[in-house]
Design a protein around this ligand. Structure first.
Ligand SMILES: Nc1ncnc2c1ncn2[C@@H]1O[C@H](COP(=O)(O)OP(=O)(O)OP(=O)(O)O)[C@@H](O)[C@H]1O
Ligand SMILES: Cc1cn([C@H]2C[C@H](O)[C@@H](COP(=O)(O)O)O2)c(=O)[nH]c1=O
Length: 197
């Protein structure tokens, strides 16, 4: 079973991910992330940090996804394991549809085409949703981008996430991420246990 954690920067995904490692240890899930595949993940993170060409960045995320699937996700699923990934393909549709606007003539069409026929659809996606201003306040000082520019960007990203959830309600579990970390962890642990039963 493939479970993914999604949300804008500052939504609390990594905090939730670390908490689930303890809470779900009895289920022996494989915890993984994107970007983060063997031999490409670090290169992708360096490219993000360099804040380079959006098309290059998008292609790198897709390449990382391909390595992640081939080297990590598919073998674990084939072994019957639960896989929990901190970010996955929904991040590309949420972020790159914004970053490729004006760079590619049809960002959504390109993203659909580049994933079609080989990517693996998650069984369940936990989407952390919160006011962008709250997420920004948690990230204070972590981003070089102008505050307004970053806020506007994350508003568009979260709107894309919510549109994807509306198109696929059976897969998405929306979580109010503007609550304390323990309450979120309790709710997500319960949701995952109910899904894997
Ligand atoms: N539920 C919460 N309430 C208040 N603060 C939180 C909560 N969850 C996380 N934080 C804090 O917000 C900051 C960002 O958390 P975290 O790194 O988990 O977010 P993230 O979504 O993974 O962000 P990014 O995608 O940028 O890594 C951290 O300082 C963390 O301690
Ligand atoms: C997988 C993926 C990630 N991103 C973006 C989202 C974040 O701003 C950074 C790094 O993610 P993390 O939360 O620090 O792990 O990469 C993206 O734009 N597209 C993707 O496919």
């Amino acid at each position: 079973m493939l479970i993914t954690l999604e949300g804008i920067d500052g939504s609390g995904k990594s905090t939730l991910y670390e908490g689930l490692k303890t809470r779900l240890a009895d289920l022996h899930p494989l915890f993984t992330r994107e970007p983060g595949s063997p031999y490409l993940g670090d290169a992708v993170r360096r490219a993000i940090a360099a804040d380079g060409d959006p098309m290059v960045e998008a292609a790198l995320f897709v390449a990382d996804h391909a390595v992640h699937l081939a080297e990590v996700v598919r073998p674990a699923l084939a072994d019957g394991r639960i896989v929990i990934s901190d970010r996955y393909s929904d991040s590309r549709f949420a972020y790159q549809e914004v970053s490729l606007a004006g760079v590619h003539p049809d960002p959504h069409g390109w993203l659909e085409a580049v994933h079609a026929g080989w990517s693996v659809r998650p069984d369940m996606t936990i989407l952390l949703v919160l006011p962008v201003a709250v997420a920004m306040s948690r990230l204070a000082g972590r981003c070089e981008q102008e505050h307004f520019e970053r806020q506007e960007f994350l508003e568009a990203v979260q709107k894309n996430y919510l549109a994807r959830a509306a198109e696929d309600p059976a897969r998405f579990v929306l979580v109010d991420a503007d609550r304390d970390a323990e309450t979120i962890l309790d709710f997500v642990e319960k949701s995952i246990r109910a899904a894997v039963r």
